[in-house]
Design a protein around this ligand. Structure first.
Ligand code: F6P
Length: 320
């Protein structure tokens, strides 16, 4: 193991730069060379590679995004794309690859290992927190806090105007972000893809709440539930309440990573290098409780992470 590569793939997440910094400095401390792959797997296919030294990662720990940039790459899902990527890994004498990303990126990493025999280690970084094998992912805590910063302000105006606000957060397939945000915000309703939408029941509960003296409500909704503008309009029509919609969108993907996201990134990055040095082949680093751990890389994308139903039920009780 003389030279390792690092790539950020899929949707960016706050803390990816902290992970890149940790990987580069841990590797150089262990007398390894490090190369960075630009723009995710597209950079691997197009041979966009450059060396990284300890100064390359100065001043980035507190910045969202990724200095390597990232991209969605359909070509890596093809046999030809995999072969081009393997050629680059061998051409640049990369003895191990660390992939910072989400479950989709780890599926590609697994196929790269199978096609090349070059060890790959996954570092889970996505605001969706939908990666099996780790309690939480780099960027998730930051996105939750970014959402809370905004929804606390929406709560002020909702109260003043006695309005219902539907707030859409990211989470195309899973509701981990919506659940955490709604629970921390004390939202009256949390809508997630895992639980069937029942607008009639929402409206009934809204009316019951108003009868009990509530004058405004927050509904946090994961984008994967459906068309938030249609849902907001249906609630307005059914109840007659003044219903407004705010879509937080990509604002949740940026901003300075929180301490939690940075600490996780520092630890995950260092552990990923240590696993490569120990001869690990196809793993993903993670955290269970307070303990750092690792799992087979295939587990991270083949397994479906469960939503915390207890938290969901407690959120309903606490927001009554
Ligand atoms: O995977 C993270 C994520 O932010 C999802 O929550 C969201 O649906 C998706 O990426 C958006 O992808 P893009 O930035 O490519 O539009």
């Amino acid at each position: 193991m003389k030279r390792i590569g690092v790539v950020t793939a899929g949707g960016d997440a706050p803390g990816m730069n902290a992970a890149i910094r940790s990987i580069v400095r841990t590797a150089i401390f262990n007398e390894l060379e490090v190369v960075g792959v630009e723009r995710g797997y597209a950079g691997l296919i197009e041979e966009k590679i450059h060396s990284l030294d300890i100064r390359s990662v100065s001043g980035i720990i507190n910045h969202g995004g990724t200095i390597l940039r990232t991209a969605r790459c359909e070509e890596i899902k093809t046999e030809k794309g995999i072969q081009k990527a393997v050629h680059t890994l061998k051409n640049y004498k990369i003895d191990g690859l660390i992939v910072i990303g989400g479950d989709g990126s780890f599926r590609g990493a697994s196929e790269l290992y199978e096609a090349s025999g070059i060890p790959v280690i996954g570092v889970p970084a996505t605001i969706d927190n939908d990666v099996a094998g780790t309690d939480t992912t780099i960027g998730f805590d930051t996105a939750v806090n970014t959402a809370l910063f905004t929804i606390d302000r929406i709560r002020d105006t909702a109260t003043s105007h006695e309005r219902v606000f539907v707030v859409e957060v990211m989470g195309r397939k899973r509701g981990f972000l919506a659940l955490a945000v709604g629970f921390a915000e004390g939202a009256e309703f949390i809508l997630v893809p895992e639980i069937k939408l029942d607008v009639e029941s929402i409206c009934k509960k809204l009316e019951q709440g108003r009868k009990k003296g509530k004058t405004s409500e927050i509904i946090v909704m994961a984008e994967g539930v459906g068309d938030s503008s249609l849902i907001a309009e249906e609630i307005r029509k059914r109840t007659g309440y003044d219903v407004r919609l705010t879509i937080l969108g990509h604002a949740l993907r940026g901003g300075p990573p929180t301490a939690h996201s940075r600490i996780l990134a520092n630890q995950f990055g260092a552990l990923a290098v240590e696993l490569l040095l120990k001869g690990a082949k196809k793993k993903m680093v993670g955290i269970r409780g307070q303990k750092l751990t690792w799992v087979d890389l295939d587990y991270s994308w083949k397994q479906k992470k469960d939503l915390n139903q207890h938290l969901y039920r407690l959120a309903e009780i606490l927001s009554s």
